[in-house]
Design a protein around this ligand. Sequence first.
Ligand code: IFM
Length: 453
Amino acid sequence: MLSAESATARAGRGGVMFSFDRRDFGPEFIFGVATAAYQIEGGQGDGRGPSIWDSFSATPGNVHNGDTGREACDHYRLWPQDLDLIRDGGFDAYRFSFAWPRLIPEGTGAVNPAGLDFYDRLIDGMLERGIKPYATLYHWDLPSALQDRGGWMNRDIAGWFADYATLVAEKFGDRLHATATINEPWCVAFLSHYLGVHAPGYRDLRAAARAMHHVLFAHGTAVDALRAAGAKNLGIVLNLEKSEPATDSEADRDAAGFGDALFNRWYLGGICKGQYPAELTEWLAPYLPEDYQRDMEVVSRPLDWLGINYYTRGLYKASSQPGRPVERVEGPLEKTDIGWEIYPQGLTDLLVRVSREYTRIPLYVTENGMAEVEGDDDPRRTRYYEDHLKAVLAARAEDADVRGYFAWSLLDNYEWAEGYAKRFGLVHVDYATQRRTPKSSYRAFQGLLHNTR
Ligand code: IFM
């Protein structure tokens, strides 16, 4: 292991550098960056259909400052320079998402040729630069026409999603290194249908219960469709949080257990074991789709890898409000600019837990990163990455089979309900000019990865 001093000398640049060496992760370990279509693409003409985020963000009060993804980072036009940044940073892989409404504007039926052309160019551009494409089919931009038909609340979404998956596999499958079905099903279901924070903005337990099941049923159905069309290396990306009690009281420990079921075990249990946690099936019993159990074999289709997005922990206390099972409380640890506690140990704990209790398929950290105040010099972000990459090494030392790590995000981008106010990028984006400026955290990765691909 190199000292911080020698790593800095090796990179020959100023700023905070990583204290470890790429070789500590082994020759096969994948380093990548991640983004998502709605957060960076813009380019909403050219045959792209409307998505739920277009109307949700156009509705006053939903998004900070009324920001929308209309232009975002203009990646639709500027993708060549963005791929150059990935290559020049020394990254092996790029995790991106397809926009369903760009490929199939109404969600089902007619395909948009300009959408096919865009992703053709983008994927070929990655391959030309020696970057492995890691694709996600769904990162939250549901075609509005499907929301009109009930979206994730309608069981038919499994068929709509499978048809879309087939199109992607047929057009691009032979060039994709890996494909994930869904990004962060907890956000698709609970955050968007119970907490109302993301599109479509429901606050309704029945809507949430249905979405919680249908999103996983659609995932399994898409896995079947992708495999039937010859796609390889399939997975799903879960956002997991380490659940901890606010105090050592029995009530708070129970609350943390319930929070864990809601955030983690519903998805891990469904996908890896074909079983949802009993406390949730009891709580949601009046609202879950009838006979949901018949779908569990599809929900738990074998996968080739599992992606884990990790940002922080969840701290829980027993709820004082009737009908509300638990409450989250603010913790005392140092926080990022979006208010999330910085807790690298939680990443080690989750990776070890998943590999001991749920699955031995390869794990990837498919997102990790922090929001930081605007600026090109971001030593706190470099330290965040340093501590979380060490957490990955610690998990590997405990036999968790972690094969790769993707930083969120390549660029500052549209942070959903927070609009453009929260910046997660390794590269600064001036939204007025679309000028990209690498931050010192990007340079730290460059120092780590340069000339080692
Ligand atoms: O920006 C999001 C991303 O779309 C999904 N995972 C969490 C990130 C930060 O909030």
